[in-house]
Design a protein around this ligand. Structure first.
Ligand code: IVH
Length: 662
């Protein structure tokens, strides 16, 4: 075969695999096969440079270095969107459209509003020839070479009879996980990190050295057309379907809805899903579906009348730092916290944001009086992203990290890693308050009504000097606290009494041993079955527990070496706390020491129930088949796992056979 022919074949094949991998998320060859094809292409092109085409997949790796970005005029102006922020404003928009179009209900297409950077791609007869940024809408910058490095951007479109000219518009963005990874890497290399995915997408695309762009994990979704020659679309959703057909990536999370109610439902659904999406969005774009209706509505200056951005509550806001203080946690860890002038962000009013630790505080160089970006996404603790240094007046005050605990005045000691500073005070009331709070939480001892304020009040009043003291309190003593009336005092007393009967795993977790979370509490309880055995276990014995590594074993051992911690456990047992060991598992159960995998649909019990039954009989349930698997329980419509089990010679049980064994 002639090199030119082979090259064409390779390009077509690589483009196909690329599309399957990055756009459809359904690769059909291994990475190694893909790499081999790519290597062959590169070698052949190196030998025949005259055969390199601008749409060759080899062009994706970057390499072109520009001195500046050339300006390009958009053939058709790139518009921006008007915003609405609540139902009332959206209703006005919908009313206006219904009136203008003279219809009862408008049909809309709803799409996520991607928080990235708007771009235009020009395809001539299916070949990507130019790409540009939005710029001011009329004139943008030529970023063709940079765009070519984006993996899910097709360099050639699929199919025959492609339009002579197809201009498509969309958004370049970075997935949240890719953003985190990239920022961590930048920080490790001593570079400055990006504030958010949107900034990083913009910064990554506009790199004069396109190798830099190639190294950044950019993605693209297309959502509109510019000038199109040789093809028309009656509706917006038809246009998006066509995009998909020719291989242009389109956001799958879109819907065609009827009227205001339909759009409101799409808004609520997307808002609920917001943090589960792999990329950041800042609202829902609602667009009139009919092309004809769009034309009748037209535009006002730079925004179309036929679409609107229905914005979500912002997750990032500017705020001013009033002061920086430190908090002392239950392990004595000292956390700097910024008190802010209250701002509405991420759907709630925020007046404080964590600065994590001294290192983080220094790195961000936050000072009292500074203006900062505050971010709160989902249930995450509000965080200061960056100082807005341009707003500094010179009156800001740097924070002196304390060398003494602000609560008990004991010296502050830095841990070996130098990151965490701890109060060394043995009787620090702040540590005790933290311990009480942790002890009382729902997943620990579950003491209803014992919240933050009450813990502090009990300590301040001198009623509680150790965790065990909680159980010596009478109703009258509790009533002596300002905050508690007779009824609440009685309720708290009852809750405390109830909490005495607990499980060993909850009890171990409640002690607040460093590194020990709920899962480790459970593992320790199941392994040792007795709190004294945990207390006296050696590091080696602790490491024998599943999922406990050397570091955790050291932490647990160290904790119980401290006589005060041992005394606390004894005191709790002495006042009547009774931690029950987990139900015994017969050593010789049906599945003792066996690994079982469940697959397909079970008709007589849920997967969780089946798992429990197997575990009660001494077995372990695993998610994947290997040579070490002893049984595969195959329910209805079992698929690839069944095939694999047969290949590996793993014993397969039908659901009926499994039931019989139980
Ligand atoms: S349509 C005429 N659809 O929002 C309509 N825009 O202020 C042009 N954006 O510049 C835009 N997701 O960067 C549209 N699904 C989406 C979008 C979207 C994000 C951005 C785009 C645009 C800005 C509008």
């Amino acid at each position: 075969m002639k090199p030119a022919e082979r090259l064409e074949q390779l390009r077509a094949e690589l483009a196909l695999h690329n599309h399957r991998y990055y756009t459809l998320d359904a690769p059909e060859v291994s990475d190694a096969t893909y790499d081999a094809l790519m290597r062959e292409l590169l070698a052949l092109e190196a030998a025949h440079p005259e055969l390199v085409t601008p749409d060759s997949p080899s062009q994706r790796v970057g390499g072109a270095v520009l001195d500046k970005f050339v300006k390009v005029a958009h053939r058709q102006q790139m518009l921006s969107l008007g915003n609405v922020f609540d139902e009332a404003e959206f209703t006005e928009f919908d009313d206006r459209l219904r009136k203008a179009l003279g219809v009862e209900q408008v049909t809309y297409t709803c799409e996520p509003k991607m928080d990235g950077l708007a771009i235009e791609l020009v395809y001539e007869h299916g070949r990507f020839v130019q790409g540009s940024t939005r710029g001011d809408g009329a004139i943008g910058e030529d970023v063709t070479e940079n765009l070519k490095t984006i993996k899910n951007l097709p360099l050639t479109l699929k199919g025959r009879d492609l339009p002579a000219l197809l201009e498509v518009r969309g958004e370049v963005f970075i997935k949240t996980a890719d953003f985190k990874r990239m920022n961590d890497k930048l920080l490790r290399e001593g570079e400055e990190a990006f504030v958010n995915p949107r900034n990083s997408a913009a910064g990554s695309l506009r790199q004069l050295d396109t190798k830099n762009t190639a190294s950044r994990p950019l993605s693209v979704f297309l959502y509109e057309t510019g000038v199109v020659e040789g093809r028309t679309f009656e509706t917006h959703h038809e246009k998006l379907e066509y995009f998909e057909q020719v291989g242009l990536p389109v956001n799958p999370r879109r819907s065609v809805v009827t009227g205001k109610d339909g759009a409101m439902q799409a808004y609520a659904a997307l808002l609920a899903e917001r943090h589960a999406l792999p990329y950041e969005i800042d609202g829902l774009v609602v667009k009139v579906d009919s092309t004809d209706a769009r034309a009748r509505l037209g535009q006002v200056s730079k925004t179309p009348r036929w679409a609107i951005a229905f914005k979500f509550p912002p997750e990032e806001m500017e705020a001013q730092v009033e002061e920086i203080v430190v908090q002392v946690g239950r392990t004595g860890a000292i956390t700097p916290v910024a008190n802010l002038k209250p701002v509405f962000v991420g759907g709630v009013t925020v007046s404080r944001a964590t600065l994590h630790n001294e290192q983080e505080l220094r790195r961000k160089d936050v000072r009292a009086g500074d203006w900062v970006f505050v971010r709160r996404a989902g249930d995450v603790i509000p965080e200061i992203v960056k100082v807005i240094t341009s707003k500094r007046t010179g009156d800001e005050k740097e924070f002196a990290f304390p060398t003494e605990c602000p609560v008990c005045s004991a010296p502050v000691k830095r841990e070996e890693d130098g990151i965490i500073a701890r109060c060394t005070g043995k009787t620090c009331p702040a540590k005790l308050a933290g311990r009480l709070r942790h002890f009382a939480t729902r997943t620990a001892m579950d003491i209803d009504g014992l919240g933050d304020k009450l813990c502090e009040a009990l300590i301040d009043a001198g009623l509680v000097k150790s965790v065990a003291d909680l159980y010596t309190l009478g109703v009258t003593q509790l009533m002596s606290l300002e905050r508690l009336g007779e009824k609440s005092a009685q309720n708290l007393f009852d809750a405390l009494a109830r909490s005495k009967t607990t499980t060993l795993r909850r009890f171990i977790y409640a002690l607040g041993i460093p590194e020990v979370g709920e899962a480790t509490g459970k593992a320790l309880a199941e392994h040792f079955r007795d709190v004294h055995k945990v207390m006296t276990a050696t590091q080696e014995e602790l490491q024998a527990v599943k999922d406990i590594g050397p570091e955790m074993a050291r932490a647990i051992h160290g904790y119980f070496e401290d006589p005060e911690n041992r005394a606390m456990v004894e005191a709790l047992l002495a006042v009547g706390v009774t931690p029950e060991p987990p139900e015994a598992r017969p050593a010789g159960g049906t599945f003792a020491g066996k690994t079982v995998v469940l697959t397909g649909t079970l008709s007589l019990m849920t997967r969780d129930q089946a798992k429990e039954e197997i575990e009660r009989r001494g077995g372990k349930v695993s998610g994947s088949i290997s040579k070490k698997t002893d049984f595969l329980v195959a329910g209805e419509e079992a698929g690839s796992k069944l095939t694999k089990a047969k290949e590996l010679g793993v014993q397969v049980l039908t659901e009926a056979e499994f039931q019989a064994l139980l």
